[in-house]
Design a protein around this ligand. Structure first.
Ligand SMILES: Nc1nc2c(c(=O)[nH]1)N[C@H]1C(S)=C(S)[C@@H](COP(=O)(O)O)O[C@H]1N2
Ligand SMILES: [Mo]
Length: 578
């Protein structure tokens, strides 16, 4: 520390149990790999392997060719195609070709999307199940690439994560969501900036007319184009000035519907946003948002596949000439630039995972610098969304490693009657609160939704003492900026579990030290004697089995200095409202 507070008040004794952490991932110490299963869809009462899609789609495509060719032999259909050739005559033409900014943005877009998609799939692998309902009860998922949840033993959500290949995910190892999120979010930011400029340039030039249909004739023309493509007798067109209607509609949906929806459904998965937006977030609940976010991934993948295929089979040299060289001359120029661009994509694709494993701390730092401030803004919102009793989830996933120290076991033996909470550090009145003292303080009950970073959510009723009341008693000094929560438990790789919160979070209306869950004393599995509820942050910030709280000015000297166990060891960020 560089300021005058060189020696803070001595730290809580539990500080000694915190461990430093590697700045890189050592695979030998990391969560061991675990294979998932081939993705399955829940249809009726059965689980259907998604690989069935391959023969089914192939059959549909082949039969479709025969059907469309048959249709085109019918005079009425021929008349229809003659009338609606694919590009409406009334659609305005674009005369500015493919300007440099459009080509550049097209490249940036594809480049960013590669990393966004890969990191997104990695994030999904941390909780490889998708649901529509917010409670994530095992068996209610409509999609999974993990076995069914075992019923006969404790199965934490960390146990549930699966490994996906390095070339597919970033960084391609199990339970690497912390790092995958830095990639996903920082490239999202770049993608949004690129997209914003794209929108501005689109509408300040005539280029918007390529993408936005301006005549109803776009629908019959899109049908006509579909017939022509599917019968393998392609329409004549000149995309230099106008896209055909099918193309226009597809681009329109992708740019103006899919992209904004992806942003919205992404943000709606964050606790600070969802727990602030009330009814809207109840309808677009986290799991619905996550499911739609996944559908959008499927849309983008399908889009990329057909788009690239059609670019290649409908006149590769010409098409690449448009988008990569801005030329309408059928030269090889565009192809050469395309190859150079693809080389860049391939090299960065191959390097991304090994780089992230080797320089994990750097990825965390860069990610935090890029998007930390934006995420931090969401923390100023005091979350307010509460649910009613009927919304309480029948199942609430578990996370964390149970404490197993003698001291804890002794406390547990007599129902924590001898437990006391130490509160120390930069406070005017350091003190210990006995369990009884805590329970006679005003109790606050709240029914709230929990957001685990891994993807699951659940609603429970929590009862406990508001943190602001604790603050009123101990009176943090003006130097105190953070509250450190020390747990009785250890983190997954050993070393004390702890987490740090900004002091503002401690004053939010729904921040409590909970000793009740769903109307009963909280069980040890869920964090007895005390666990934090801080409803504008992701689940890992809510320390279970709290032993002590310490107020500090800075957390750089605690553990590895990143602001918590998962921050130190799993490269999460310490501000996680989204
Ligand atoms: N001490 C401790 N607290 C912890 C954890 C942990 O590993 N150790 N896991 C966190 C995570 S990742 C989540 S999602 C929630 C899970 O709470 P639950 O087990 O009650 O569902 O606890 C958080 N608190
Ligand atoms: Mo979590």
């Amino acid at each position: 520390m560089t300021n005058s507070r060189e020696v803070q008040t001595p730290h809580d004794s539990l500080e000694m149990r915190l461990t430093t952490a590697d700045d890189r991932i050592r695979l030998s110490d990391w969560t061991p790999p675990q294979a998932g299963v081939v993705p399955r869809l829940h249809i009726g009462k059965r689980w259907v392997n998604v690989l069935w899609i391959i023969p089914i789609v192939t059959a549909i495509l082949i039969i479709g060719v025969a059907v469309c060719q048959g249709l085109r032999a019918i005079p009425a259909v021929q008349e229809f195609i003659a009338r609606y050739p694919g590009t409406p005559a009334s659609a305005p033409a674009v005369y500015s070709g493919f300007p440099w900014w459009l080509r550049l943005q097209h490249f940036f877009n594809l480049f960013f999307m590669v990393f966004i998609i890969r990191a997104g799939i990695q994030i999904l692998a941390d909780h490889p199940r998708l649901y529509w309902k917010r409670d994530c009860t095992p068996g209610t998922e409509w999609f999974r690439f993990q076995k069914e949840v075992p019923r006969n033993r404790i199965w934490t959500s960390k146990n549930d994560s699966v490994t996906i290949p390095k070339w597919l995910g970033i960084p391609g190892i199990r339970h690497s969501i912390g790092l995958a999120r830095w990639w996903h979010f920082s490239f999202n930011l770049l993608w949004v900036i690129n997209g914003t400029f794209f929108f501005i340039l689109l509408f300040t030039t005539d280029q918007w007319q390529r993408l936005v249909p301006t005549t109803w004739a776009v629908f019959p023309n899109a049908l006509s184009t579909t017939l022509q493509y599917w019968s393998l007798n392609f329409p004549v067109e000149h995309a230099w000035t106008r896209y055909n209607s099918l193309q226009q509609l597809t681009y329109f949906i992708t740019v103006f519907i899919a992209a904004p929806l992806a942003i919205i459904t992404g943000l709606m998965q964050g606790p600070a946003i969802a727990n602030k937006l009330g009814w809207f977030a109840k309808i677009l609940n986290r799991q619905a948002a996550r499911t739609i976010h996944f559908f959008l991934l499927c849309w983008f993948l399908l889009y990329i596949f057909t788009h690239v295929t059609l670019v290649f089979i409908t006149g590769m040299r010409q098409n690449l000439g448009y988008m990569f060289a801005g030329r309408d001359n059928n030269s090889w120029e565009g192809f050469i630039i395309f190859c150079a661009a693809m080389l860049l994509v391939i090299v960065t694709w191959v390097l991304a995972s090994p780089f992230t494993i080797k320089h994990a701390r750097l990825v965390q730092k860069v990610g935090h610098t890029m998007i930390g401030p934006i995420k931090g803004m969401a923390e100023w919102w005091s979350p307010g969304t509460e649910y009613s009793e009927k919304d309480i989830s029948p199942y609430f996933w578990l996370n964390g490693r149970l404490p197993d120290s003698d001291a804890f076991n002794a406390l547990m033996k007599d129902d924590f009657a001898n437990y006391s909470l130490r509160v120390s550090g930069l406070v005017e009145n350091p003190r210990e609160f006995s369990y009884v003292e805590i329970k006679v303080m005003p109790k606050q009950e709240q029914i709230t939704e929990h957001f685990c970073i891994q993807g699951w959510s659940g609603v429970a009723k929590w009862g406990g003492v508001p943190m602001r009341l604790i603050l009123d008693i101990v009176k943090p000094t003006s130097d105190a900026r953070y509250a450190v929560f020390y747990s009785f438990s250890e983190g997954s790789e050993g070393g004390g579990y702890y987490d740090v919160h900004k002091i503002e979070n401690m004053r939010h209306a729904l921040t409590i030290l909970a000793y009740e869950m769903n109307g009963a004393p909280i069980s040890v599995l869920y964090g007895a004697p005390l666990r934090l509820r801080c409803e504008n942050e992701l689940g890992f910030k809510m320390v279970k089995w709290i032993a002590a709280i310490e107020f500090v000015h800075d957390f750089a000297d605690l553990g590895a200095g990143e602001g918590g166990y998962n921050e130190d060891h799993e490269f999460y960020g310490y501000r996680m409202p989204i």
